[in-house]
Design a protein around this ligand. Structure first.
Ligand SMILES: [Mg+2]
Length: 214
């Protein structure tokens, strides 16, 4: 395994359509046999603010523990080619690797663990269940349920002065571009024209991404 130059001290990844080729909320909706994909796509394109659809989308999907477990397995099954290798290289070089996602936290934790990313480096939205494992709401205070959340979070993390790269495919990722040292639009799963047009760096594969991080 070639050694990656430690150009950035911290590398943060979006999850849906970046590290894994699924959109978790859309998979949860399929299990519930409801449709939310149009809302998701509009939010990721930046045509509608995430906070305007986040709660309504979850109210329709009402994910229970079983649905979350099935979706968690899909996240791992659909890891994007080269992602595990790149993250292993980053870890080996001493880079702090984070996940920053608007997804539901328990649905992406097994994915994080598959990359050996510890739970305290996973930023996502908490979801609550009742004693029967049925949906009982989400963390409505989470910044990550809002369009500006990733920018706010990365801006707060940046106060320690670590050089940071952030990789994502969506409008909420692009919104954080000017608070990090390098934002890279990832187009290997989904191409969002507004994101690609505004991003200075674009990668369509993890090998391209590796070059932009080295
Ligand atoms: Mg995404």
């Amino acid at each position: 395994m070639a050694k990656t130059t430690k150009r950035f001290e911290r590398v943060a990844f979006d999850v849906d359509s970046t590290l894994s080729s699924i959109e978790g909320i859309d998979e949860l909706a399929k299990l519930r046999r409801v449709h939310v994909e149009k809302w998701t796509e509009k939010a990721m394109r930046g045509e509608i603010a995430l906070e305007r659809i986040y709660e309504a989308r979850l109210d329709r999907v009402r994910p229970n523990i079983r649905m979350i477990a099935m979706t968690a397995a899909l996240y791992v099954e659909h890891r994007v080619a080269g992602s595990a290798r790149l993250i292993a290289e980053l870890h080996k070089s001493g880079v702090e690797v984070l996940l920053i996602s608007g997804a539901l936290r328990p649905a992406i934790l097994p994915l994080a663990h598959s990359y050996e990313i510890p739970g305290h480096r996973v930023y996502a939205v908490d979801v609550y269940f009742d004693t029967r494992g049925q949906y009982a709401g989400f963390d409505t205070f989470s910044p990550l349920a809002r369009a500006s959340g990733k920018r706010e979070l990365l801006s707060a993390l940046q106060r320690d002065g670590k050089t940071t790269a952030f990789i994502g495919d969506g409008a909420t990722d692009l919104a954080a571009a000017n608070v990090v040292d390098r934002f890279i639009a990832f187009t290997g799963v989904a191409q969002r024209p507004q994101v690609v047009a505004a991003a200075r760096y674009v990668a369509s594969s993890f090998s391209q991404l590796r070059q932009l991080l080295a």
